[in-house]
Design a protein around this ligand. Sequence first.
Ligand SMILES: Cc1cc2nc3c(=O)[nH]c(=O)nc-3n(C[C@H](O)[C@H](O)[C@H](O)COP(=O)(O)OP(=O)(O)OC[C@H]3O[C@@H](n4cnc5c(N)ncnc54)[C@H](O)[C@@H]3O)c2cc1C
Length: 401
Amino acid sequence: MGGIVIVGAGQAGASLAQKLRAEGYDGTVTLIGDEPVPPYERPPLSKAYLLGEQARERLFLRPEAIYAEKDITLKLGAAVEQIDVDAQTVTVGGEAVVYDKLALVTGSVPIRLPAAIGGDLDGVFTVRTLADIDAMRDRFVEGARVLVVGGGYIGLEAAAVASKLGLKVTLVEMAERILGRVASVETADVIRAAHTRHGVDLREGVGLERLTGEGAVTGAVLTDGTELTVDFVLVGIGIRPATDLAETAGLVCDNGIAVDELGQTSAPGVWAAGDCTSFPYQGGRLRLESVQNAIDQAEAVAANMLGAGEPYVPYPWFWSDQYDLKLQIAGLNTGYDRVVVRQGDAGVSHWYYKKDRFLAVDAINAPRDYMVGKRVLEMGLDAPADTVADPTSDLKTLLRK
Ligand SMILES: Cc1cc2nc3c(=O)[nH]c(=O)nc-3n(C[C@H](O)[C@H](O)[C@H](O)COP(=O)(O)OP(=O)(O)OC[C@H]3O[C@@H](n4cnc5c(N)ncnc54)[C@H](O)[C@@H]3O)c2cc1C
């Protein structure tokens, strides 16, 4: 067949295929995905879709017919088993598909609880795919007791949905506080308060020792010795980049499939984008788990596969919805040494600095602060802390060079 083969029909895969066509590529494009459905967006899985407020059809990134219209061959329910970089083939269902260029956009794999502590019991769910949500949906009935393991965004969002639907929610976070890896104490405090207000039993510094039950989960023992009765368990303890296929094919991986600034892997003709990659960033390597990165990197890589030669520069942004809180994040707070709070009437924003250099902002019900912070970062401007901290200052002045 030849042409361009894309492995992974998710957020990045869909963007990459579309961008190839938008750039005028008229060779064969084959988009192969192991899930049985066309590319869809994952964020609503732990938000509006889980809550029952977003219809299934509205998850799909594009109507399925668009792929045929754009002459993109969509192979669904088809796992790529192997890549042969010398023969330039991928194996699907035992058959070899030839490529001229290959893009790996395989996403992430949720980390599961080990079977030794009950991770394989019936009623224990991860929150990654549409199939995961559809499998757990019937359990979301008023009064059901759910244990959420992990206080990152996904666990917290799922806990918020469960609580809104009237379930009895316990959330355990092994680290000393929720969102420890990704957000400041200030942001975590606002989020924790919302959960507590909504009746979630949120326990920090307490891990899961083991799950109990005969075949199906019925209980949990926590690291502090507490025993809980549970009807089901949601596991949100992180993800790892889906690199197995690449590693077996001999591609260099380093916290993700290692790509250069153009998105090229260590194998000639093989490119990668999205959650599964780590790319050069400020002298190190960065892996992002976000829709923004999946789309922007995939589009950059598509253009580069056609010869654009433009390095990918991320402008990270992210969001999370919990109860009536809309958290919007711009930038990366890695290495921050100071957080400046801007208290508004309706919301609050937390501005991260490293040696007085503005890095990132978490805006909670403060869309204007988010917009300004994002623009400041994109324009390479500064956000002096005294201006930010003064609630009467006009943030827009930060956008004047
Ligand atoms: C519940 C949830 C909520 C989220 N909320 C947010 C949010 O609010 N904001 C945000 O920015 N991000 C959010 N994210 C993260 C965001 O969805 C991901 O960063 C994004 O989907 C990454 O896109 P991707 O294309 O790299 O990976 P994916 O979308 O995961 O797509 C990869 C696809 O490749 C397939 N695949 C893997 N291996 C093979 C193979 N060998 N053969 C064929 N197919 C294969 C996978 O099954 C998958 O379908 C959320 C994620 C989840 C799970």
